[in-house]
Design a protein around this ligand. Structure first.
Ligand SMILES: Nc1ncnc2c1ncn2[C@@H]1O[C@H](COP(=O)(O)OP(=O)(O)OP(=O)(O)O)[C@@H](O)[C@H]1O
Ligand SMILES: [Mg+2]
Length: 363
C-alpha cells in the first residue's frame, strides 16, 4: 500500500457504506475483498449477496467516494461481483442448488405459473443462475409459457438432463404426459415423483430454483416441504383473494410446515387500458400489501392486469423478455429484486438456526 494509506484505512472508510437490506456496513458483512494498492491507485472487490441488487451502482459510487476521500488516493478501481447466499444446509438431494423458492397460492388461476416464469427470466437477466421446476402435476403449463422446445434426456447415470429455454433449465410433469392427456398421480407416487424431480435431475449450479406449485394446500406442497428444506415461499394473491382470505390459507399452511414466507405478490392489480391508458382498479388494489403488513410478511410488489402478459405467455415468450420496457415487465423486475433481497436476508439470519423440513403425516 501507499505509505499514507493502508488496507485498514481503506476498510475503515468503506464502513460508511451500508447494505440497505441487511442494515449493516459492507465491511462487517464481509463484502469487501482483495484490497490492493499501487501508487495512488486502490482496487478492491465488493461481493454482494445477489446479482439482482437494485442499488448496486449506488453502493459502488458510495464506496468510490468514501475511499477517494482518503489522503493520497488518486484512483479507485472497484470490481462488483455477487455470491448468492443460502440459509439452507448442503443437502444430498440438491447439492448444487442454493435456494429453493416455491411460488404458491391459496386458489387456482391467480397467476403462479406466469409469475414463476417471469421471475425466473427476470433473475436470469440480472445474472443469477435460475432453474424452474413445474410441480403442478395436475395442470403443468410451464413448458408452454417458457416455450420449451426440447424434451428431457436420460443420462447414462440414470439422471435426468432438463431441457433449457432462455438458458434456464426446466423440468415439468408436462414432459411426461402427452398433450391433452390427464396426469393421474396419487399421493405416494406423487411424493416419489417430486423426489425424483429434485434429486434425480442434473440441475447444475443454481442460485435459485423456483418451484411452480399447483393451487391450494395439497399433497404436492406437503411432499415438497417434507423432502427438502425450502428457503421460503412467495405467495401470489389477487385483490379478490385478499377479501376472501384465500392467500392467508396458503400462508398459514407454510407456517404450519415451518417454511418461511418470503413475501406476497399481488397479481391482476388494477387494469391499464392499452388503447387509452385509462387505469381502472377492477378488483380493487393494494389489499395484498395491507394484509401482508398485517401478517408481518414482506410485500414484494404488484403486477397489473394486462392482456400482453397473457398473450406473451401463451406464445412462449413471457413479457419480461418480449416487452422488457412495459410497466408489467418492470413490475416483475422489481419483484425479482425484492425476492432476491429476502433470500439474502434469510441467508444472513443464521442465528435463527437452520430450517428443517417438518414431517407432517406419512407420504
Ligand atoms: N397480470 C395478468 N394480466 C393478464 N393475464 C394474466 C395475468 N396473470 C396471469 N394471467 C393469465 O391468467 C391465466 C392464469 O394464469 P396462470 O396460469 O399463471 O395461473 P396459475 O395460478 O398458475 O393457475 P393454476 O392454478 O391453474 O396453475 C393465464 O391465461 C395467464 O396468462
Ligand atoms: Mg399454474
Amino acid at each position: 500500500m501507499n505509505e499514507s494509506v493502508d488496507a485498514a484505512a481503506v476498510l475503515n472508510a468503506l464502513r460508511a457504506v451500508q447494505d440497505p437490506d441487511l442494515h449493516r456496513d459492507i465491511v462487517s458483512l464481509g463484502f469487501v475483498k482483495d484490497v490492493k494498492s499501487c501508487g495512488g491507485t486502490v482496487s478492491f472487490t465488493i461481493e454482494l449477496t445477489t446479482p439482482a441488487c437494485p442499488v448496486r451502482d449506488i453502493m459502488k459510487e458510495q464506496a468510490r467516494r468514501a475511499v477517494m476521500a482518503l489522503p493520497g488516493i488518486e484512483k479507485v478501481e472497484i470490481n462488483m461481483t455477487s455470491q448468492v447466499r443460502t440459509s439452507l444446509p448442503k443437502q444430498p438431494l440438491l447439492e448444487t442448488v442454493r435456494n429453493v423458492v416455491p411460488i404458491a397460492s391459496g386458489k387456482g388461476g391467480v397467476g403462479k405459473s406466469t409469475v414463476s416464469a417471469n421471475l425466473a427470466l427476470a433473475l436470469s437477466k440480472m445474472g443469477a443462475r435460475v432453474g424452474v421446476m413445474d410441480a403442478d402435476v395436475y395442470g403443468p403449463t410451464i413448458p408452454t409459457v417458457l416455450g420449451v422446445k426440447d424434451q428431457p434426456r436420460m443420462l447414462p447415470t440414470q439422471r435426468i438432463l432438463p431441457p433449457r429455454a432462455f438458458d434456464i433449465p426446466i423440468l415439468s410433469m408436462g414432459f411426461f404426459a402427452s398433450a391433452g392427456q390427464a396426469v393421474v398421480v396419487r399421493g405416494p407416487i406423487l411424493h416419489k415423483t417430486i423426489e425424483q424431480f429434485l434429486g434425480g435431475v442434473e440441475w447444475g449450479e443454481l442460485d435459485y430454483l423456483l418451484v411452480d406449485l399447483p393451487p391450494g394446500t395439497g399433497d404436492v406442497q406437503l411432499s415438497l416441504c417434507q423432502i427438502i428444506p425450502l428457503t421460503g415461499a412467495a405467495v401470489v394473491s389477487t385483490p379478490q383473494d385478499v377479501a376472501l382470505n384465500v392467500a392467508s390459507k396458503a400462508i398459514d399452511m407454510f407456517r404450519k410446515l415451518r417454511t418461511p414466507v418470503l413475501g406476497v405478490i399481488e397479481n391482476m392489480s388494477g387494469y391499464a387500458c392499452p388503447k387509452c391508458g385509462h387505469h381502472d382498479d377492477i378488483f380493487g388494489v393494494g389489499g395484498a400489501k395491507a394484509s401482508a403488513e398485517q401478517m408481518n410478511i414482506p410485500f414484494l410488489g404488484a403486477i397489473p392486469l394486462d392482456t400482453r402478459i397473457r398473450t406473451s405467455s401463451d406464445g412462449g415468450r413471457p413479457i419480461v423478455v418480449s416487452d422488457p420496457d412495459s410497466p408489467a415487465a418492470k413490475a416483475f423486475m422489481g419483484i425479482a429484486e425484492k425476492l432476491a433481497a429476502q433470500v439474502s436476508i434469510r441467508g444472513f439470519k443464521s442465528d435463527e438456526g437452520i430450517l428443517q423440513p417438518v414431517v407432517w403425516g406419512k407420504p
